[in-house]
Design a protein around this ligand. Structure first.
Ligand code: NAI
Length: 246
């Protein structure tokens, strides 16, 4: 599988799944723009890729702000070329009993997890339409498939990402652009460690494969959906969960 000559943007790529996806896409030959709120982390990730001989740049981007997204898209276009691959991975999670969900928290989660997918996709779509080729891979969540107590806000935002994926896939189907999503369930990243703390090892032991997912497990699926080989797959939810379906 080669992504030589392609330019990819990966959001939330300073850490976890996004970082692994950026590395995997670069290994396959893509030039990669690493976007994150964490500027130092994004710079370090890009520097690491450049050191290994890949083309990469970093931008400090809040994906929930159109001005940030548009400016960073323009920079990526100028420095790397027209954008062919977008991985909408940046997100925030929260555990909140339902009656404690404030309007402010609801709006923040919807904005970071769902509106960001709209903003980033609208920013890059003109390049993909012009090239008659594009790959959009959204990182959703298994909580949108199974539901999750104290995650009504988060699950609803990620359910929105799945519905967004299916609807845009149909709208863009004649254009050579595919839109798919990968719903992580239980992947050992800083976000998971922060949310579940000492429960991670216990949940891993109770999982069918007796381990948590690795960011690289997600990255492999993301890279496949970003490839030419996946050109007849669109609107799909590719579960990568080690057999853990709830
Ligand atoms: P992580 O915390 O390791 O990485 C997330 C990255 O996104 C961080 O570098 C963070 O700075 C960045 N980010 C957050 N808000 C941002 C914003 N507004 N603009 C730009 N960057 C921002 O987390 P992880 O686990 O790698 O999560 C990646 C995606 O996977 C998220 O969308 C998350 O909801 C989803 N996910 C992860 C699961 C897991 O088990 N780790 C389970 C289900 C979904």
């Amino acid at each position: 599988m080669s992504l030589a000559g392609k330019v990819a943007i990966v959001t939330g790529a300073a850490s976890g799944i996004g970082l692994a996806a950026a590395r995997r896409l670069a290994q396959a030959g893509a030039a990669v723009a690493i976007w994150d709120l964490n500027e130092a982390g994004a710079q370090a990730a890009a520097a690491d890729l450049v050191k290994q001989g890949h083309r990469a740049i970093a931008s400090r981007v809040d994906v929930s702000r159109r001005a940030d997204v548009d400016a960073a898209t323009q920079l990526a276009r100028e420095q790397l070329g027209p954008i062919g691959i977008l991985v909408n991975n940046a997100g925030m999670s929260a555990f909140t009993p339902f009656m404690d969900i404030t309007e402010e928290l609801w709006d923040r989660i919807m904005t970071v997890n769902l509106k960001s997918v709209l903003l980033c996709t609208q920013a890059v779509l003109p390049d993909m339409l012009a090239a008659k080729w594009g790959r959009i891979v959204n990182v959703s969540s298994s909580s949108a498939q199974s539901g999750a107590a104290t995650m009504v806000h988060y699950s609803a935002s990620k359910g929105g990402v799945i519905a967004f994926t299916k609807s845009l896939a149909q709208e863009l189907a004649p254009t050579g652009i595919t839109v798919n999503n990968v719903p992580p369930g239980f992947v050992d990243t800083p976000m998971l460690r922060e949310s579940l703390k000492d429960k991670v090892d216990m949940i891993a032991a109770a999982s069918p494969m007796k381990r948590a997912g690795k960011p690289e497990d997600m990255a492999a699926a993301i890279a496949f959906l970003a490839s030419d080989e996946a050109g007849y797959i669109t609107g799909h939810t590719l579960s990568v969960n080690g057999g853990r379906y709830s």
